[in-house]
Design a protein around this ligand. Structure first.
Ligand code: EAX
Length: 322
């Protein structure tokens, strides 16, 4: 009788253990835990833990601890990293159609960008990822990108001519910068601060939240509010993890992704509101009278190239979202 009792007890313990087994998921991103990516990732992780009753919890790898965004996306594809919270910068190297969202001056403002990404167009773009061995769980946000450099204030495109500006590994950005005489230097984000410090490049371009969290004011004098590109971001998950999830857990992760994206956008709003003064106080010369019309006019020829690459109708469809 005792043997049966012990066997049942052991079986019961095993069942309980299985029911409360906890899986740790690894999530990586480029900037600090206090940054917009850190806030978005933390809310995502809290929501996952809550919505799965603690069966899944995160281990975060901030500050490019696992490499640049391109390397992290590759790791997600291989299944050695579960999730990356990344800008779309390098994503076009994996899912070429996504490069359409990186076209300069495509989005009018944050409201327009968020409406496009949260609507059918954003869903259609996310649906292209599984065929490339990636799961685009949710849109998060990086923000409108502005130029910084150590040489001179940039007011109009001519002022940027000849400057060596670091770009993301993004062919649309590279084409656009070349079209206005900038010398783009594609470089992974983790190398950027040192490159600016050593003068390997004269400048870079990033949203206010990144310029703040990466402390670029320590190595850059001039900030020009060009807002030349809206930089979306995404929570991208490994199919190795996604395919193991039950339907209920897939729903839980998807809802958690939306909550993370909303929190990240709120942090971007905050940084947009307070960040410029913070950067002035940190010693940056902030150029607010950038000639946006001149930048748009200078990029008209390369826009014709983008219309050929992505389809004028597809671009117009994005522009017409109100
Ligand atoms: O996603 O590489 C970049 O400039 C990105 O904006 C940064 O990694 C945050």
């Amino acid at each position: 009788m005792n043997t049966l009792r012990y066997a049942l007890l052991a079986a019961g313990t095993l069942v309980c253990a299985a029911a409360t087994a906890q899986t740790t998921i690894k999530i990586g991103y480029a900037t600090s835990p206090q940054s917009h990516y850190g806030v978005g990732s933390t809310v995502f992780c809290e929501e996952v833990e809550k919505r799965t009753g603690g069966r899944y919890k995160c281990q975060q790898f901030p500050n490019s601890a696992l490499g640049g965004e391109r390397e992290m996306i590759e790791a997600v594809q291989l299944g050695t990293l579960d999730i990356v919270n990344t800008s779309t910068g390098p994503v076009g190297n994996f899912v070429p159609e996504v490069n359409i969202v990186d076209i300069p001056f495509l989005f009018r403002d944050y409201d327009h960008a968020r409406k496009v990404l949260d609507g059918p167009i954003g869903d259609e773009l996310r649906a292209r990822f599984p065929a490339k061995g990636l799961i685009a769980l949710a849109w998060t946000e990086n923000g409108f990108r502005h130029m910084t450099n150590s040489k001179r204030p940039i007011v109009k495109p001519e002022d940027a001519k000849g400057l060596k500006i670091r770009s993301m590994q993004n062919k649309v950005h590279i084409q656009a910068f070349q079209s206005i005489g900038i010398q783009p230097t594609p470089m992974a984000f983790p190398e950027l601060f040192t490159a600016l410090q050593q003068g390997t490049v004269d400048g870079q371009e990033n949203p206010i939240p990144v310029i703040l969290s990466a402390k670029f004011a320590q190595v850059q004098k001039h900030l020009s509010l060009t807002g030349h590109v809206y930089s979306p971001a995404l929570l991208i998950m490994s199919p190795a993890l996604w395919n193991k999830l039950s339907d209920a857990d897939k729903k839980a992760f998807t809802e958690a992704g939306k909550a993370g994206g909303a929190a990240q956008r709120r942090k971007v709003n905050e940084d947009e509101k307070n960040g410029i003064d913070e950067l002035r106080k940190a010693g940056m010369n902030v150029v607010t009278n950038v000639d946006g019309a001149a930048f748009r006019a200078a990029m008209t020829p390369v826009w014709a190239e983008f219309a050929k690459q992505f389809g004028a109708d597809n671009i117009r469809r994005i522009q017409e979202v109100k």
